[in-house]
Structures are given as C-alpha cells and as structure tokens.
Design a protein. Structure first.
Length: 418
C-alpha cells in the first residue's frame, strides 16, 4: 500500500478514537500491551533479522539502541500500561470566560488529529508513540528507518492485533511500508492529512524535516548536553553525575557530550573524573570514555586533543569533550554558543551560581546537581514520550499527552448577535 493510501486510511480512522472515552482508550491500551508481550517471539525474530543486517554497518553503541530482548519488550508493554494510569485530559475545559452580553466561551483541549513520526533505529519508539497517540485521542502514522523496520513492523502488527481484539479500529495505528527517502518526503508534504510531524533521530533527519516539511513540524532531540562543574561543586557528586550522564547509555539524546570545569578546581577534579570514567571502567572490563581535551584540560590529564568541532558534536558514543572555564558566566556563554538547547546542567553547592545558571541557560531542561539522563518522558512522569522538543512553539522538552493536543473555543449563547 502506498504511503498516501495509508495516510488516507489512518485519517479515516480518526473518528473512532476521537469519539472514544477514557475507559475505551484505556481498554485499547491494555490490550495493546498484552498483545505486545504475547507476540514477543515474533518481535524478537524480526529484531534478530534487523540486527544481523545492521551488524558491521553501524557502531556497537547504535546496535544496542536497535537490540530488543524479552526485558526490553516487557518494558515497552509496561510503558503502555503506565500511560493508562495517566489522567485523560482530552475534552477538559482549560478556561471559561463569560462576556458582558452573556456569551460563554470555553477553551477546550482537543486532539491534534493525525500525528506522523519519522524515527530511526529505536524500535521502542514504535510502541511509545502509538500509546501516547491513542491515549490523547489521535491516530498515528509511523515511519521507521530501514535498520529497525522489521522490528517496528512486527511491533505494529502486535499493537494492531490488540486494538482489534479490544474492539477498536486497527487503522488508528499504521506504519509506512516504504523506507526510502520518498516516503519521508511524502509525510513532510502531506498537507491536509498530517496535522503534526515529529522527527526522532539524528541531526540530519531533524534538519531535513524542519527545512522541507510543509506540514507543522516539531524540532526534536539533537542533544549536545553540557554539565558544568562549578568551583563550589561537591566533587564526588560531580563525578557520579558525569559518569551516569555520559556512560550509562551514550547513544541517547540526553547523554552528556561536554563537560565544563571551573579553573579553580580543575586540577583536583579532572584526575578524579579520568580515574572514574576512563581508568576504573577499563579495569572493570567496561568501555572507557575517550576524553577530548581543550589545552587547559590537557595540561592536567592525558587524553586526545580536542578538534575544531568536538564541542559542537553529538557523539552518541563513549566520547566526552572537556573544557576549562573561568567562571559560571563563562560556562553559560560557552553553552549559549554550543548547546542545542536540549539538556544542560550545573553541579554546585552555591545557590547563587545555581540560580544564575537556571535563569540564563536557555534549554528545554536545566539541571542542578542531577544527571541529564532524566530528560525523558517516563522519568518526568509522562508515562512515555513522543520526543523531546528543543524548540519553543508549541511544545518544549519531553512531549507527553498534553503536547499532542491543541484547543478550540466552544462559544455558547442564547441568540446573541453582533
């Protein structure tokens, strides 16, 4: 089936989910979660084919993003169940105004309609996106990258089986059958069919969507995330935060890519960081992090001299750019020049420095003494997420149910005329 035909089928199913109440939508979601686990073997078989085809063509870190196992599928199913437990805001009155002439104007939250998601090699996005779309009363069209297509198709088949079993229209969730650039272009230009396009992937994909889309598009996800270690930092706390932010899962957009250290504590802190993130990891049989050092940091610890683009690169790998700065103001200025406005943090025990940092760093999520790895819909209590918006209209940060809605005005009167 062509992408256009699938879009038309998906849009035709909008009425069935838009009219469904909270109880019906939750029943669909629970059936989707159960079906995902019931089809675990089929999904794992498809994922094994994807892994075999991708091995040797993408990095080991990216292979880990692609890999599924029983626990990850169970996690995907539980993510859907977490969505069931969230309040359903569809149809709520956001505000009400009574005009002097007696007209009552309600601002009412409503679904967007058809949400299209273009994503790359993370199969779990498939179920997260579908769950949020259903809960918020939207239909969704998924377009997976070719590396994850077999896995995504198997996941969608399981979700659609659950929807059908619960008495819903399976066409509320569909996946594009064509993984060529042409299908992506069709989604970007499907005016009148696509109400919102969300790209989830690398900088190239996001840039292509933002530059070429004629449908509304959210700029998401590229994460050059910084952690600044202030002169008033608890150094043990700082080491633990950076090890987690960089090495717990380096292939995701909320992983730290740049560490900035105040000059006054650099000689004490950088050896501690190198020991924890390089030497201790190597001794434990873990992948050590390669440190790309600016000249000041290179005079203190061993590493690789930072290249011209290292402070402007989303590595998505075990690589960390490290720089030394003179003050919190210099850290803020560096972040302003190099950040992608995703997630940036400060480690400090100085309340004034923390206040200045949070007020002046213009990012979707700004952290004080917390790992950037928490920029995630599940961690923010949104159940799961559709993506992380790095723009300011209409959504910013992790996108959950409310960000998949718009509003309309419902005006009631008793024959008033103007």
């Amino acid at each position: 089936m062509t992408t256009l035909e699938l879009l038309q089928k998906t849009r035709a199913a909008m009425g069935s989910i838009a009219a469904a109440g909270a109880e019906k939508k939750n029943a669909l979601l629970l059936a989707m979660a159960d079906s995902l686990e019931a089809h675990c073997e089929d999904i794992l078989a498809a994922n094994a084919e994807d892994m075999a085809a991708a091995r040797g063509r993408i990095t080991d870190v990216m292979l880990d993003r692609l890999r599924l196992d029983e626990s990850r599928i169970a996690g995907m199913a539980n993510g859907i169940r977490d969505t069931v437990r969230l309040p359903d805001h569809t149809g709520r009155v956001l505000s009400e105004v009574v005009r002097p002439n007696g007209i009552v104007i309600d601002k009412v939250q409503v679904p967007l309609g058809l949400v299209a998601i273009i994503y790359e090699s993370r199969p779990n996005v498939t179920s997260d996106a579908a769950a949020l779309a259903v809960k918020s009363g939207n239909v969704c069209m998924l377009r997976s990258g070719k590396e994850a297509y077999r896995s995504a198709r198997a996941i969608v088949a399981a979700l659609k089986a659950g929807i059908a079993q619960a008495g819903g229209d399976p066409d509320i969730v569909n996946i594009v059958e064509d993984t060529s650039h042409a299908s992506a272009q069709e989604l970007m230009t499907a005016k009148g069919l696509v109400d919102l396009l969300i790209p989830r992937g690398g900088a190239g994909l996001i840039r292509a969507c933002v530059e070429n889309a004629t449908v509304p598009c959210i700029e998401t996800g590229t994460g050059i995330c910084h952690v600044y270690v202030d002169k008033a930092a608890d150094l043990t706390k700082a080491v633990n935060i950076i090890v987690n932010a960089k090495a717990s899962r380096p292939s995701v957009c909320n992983a730290e890519e740049v560490c900035l250290v105040h000059r006054d504590i650099a000689a004490r802190f950088l050896p501690l960081l190198k020991k924890a993130i390089v030497d201790d990891r190597a001794a434990a049989g873990l992948v050590p992090v390669e440190l790309r050092l600016d000249p000041a940091a290179a005079r203190i610890i061993d590493g690789v001299p930072a290249g011209e683009r290292d402070f402007d690169t989303e590595f998505l790998d075990y690589i960390l750019a490290v720089g030394v700065v003179d003050s919190v103001d210099a850290a803020i200025a560096h972040i302003a020049a190099h950040s992608t406005h995703h997630s940036d943090g400060i480690v400090t025990e100085d309340a004034a420095a923390a206040k200045k940092f949070t007020e002046q760093v213009d990012s979707a999520a700004v952290y004080v003494n917390v790992s950037t790895r928490f920029t995630d819909g599940g961690e923010f209590g949104l159940g799961c997420e559709m993506g992380i918006s790095t723009q300011k209209l209409h959504a910013r940060g992790p996108m959950g149910l409310d960000e998949l809605c718009t509003y309309k005005y419902v005006v009631r009167g008793d024959g008033q005329i103007r």
